[in-house]
Design a protein around this ligand. Structure first.
Ligand code: 5GP
Ligand code: ZN
Length: 114
């Protein structure tokens, strides 16, 4: 946890402009954007992967979807469309082991993903 880049951002140890914050989540722009809008929604609690979500924390996922919709509207990608993805473990493409969702929009998304 001490070396976790997202924990450092949440603690304010790495200067990062927050687009959203509440008691459960923060959101900020990805440092290496893969789309014109690329925002990360990150849980305040250090939970390594989506596999570690326990029953008592299920509500957190619904909350993330609500906040993502709000950020999509604010960033004018709600009507054109967006993708909300969470990568899990190596083959899922996860590189930071602290739960986060990518909100991507502003261009056409491929399906299937690469
Ligand atoms: P993952 O590959 O785990 O699904 O996503 C991790 C994301 O975090 C990547 O898209 C990467 O660009 C982003 N990221 C890594 N380090 C930083 C950082 O220090 N600041 C910000 N804003 N994004 C980061
Ligand atoms: Zn962390």
């Amino acid at each position: 946890m001490e070396d976790c880049i997202f924990c450092k951002i949440i603690k304010g140890e790495l200067a990062t402009e927050l687009l959203y914050e509440d008691d459960q989540l923060v959101a900020f722009r990805d440092i290496d954007p893969q789309a014109p809008v690329h925002i990360l929604l990150v849980t305040k609690e250090h939970i390594p992967t989506i596999l570690d979500i326990e029953e008592r924390k299920q509500g957190l996922i619904g909350h993330i979807y609500r906040v993502a919709a709000k950020l999509a509207r604010e960033n004018n990608i709600a009507e054109t469309g967006y993708r909300l993805v969470s990568n899990c473990n190596k083959e899922g493409g996860q590189t930071v082991f602290h739960i986060h969702f990518h909100l991507l929009g502003g261009r056409s998304m491929q399906w299937p993903p690469g």
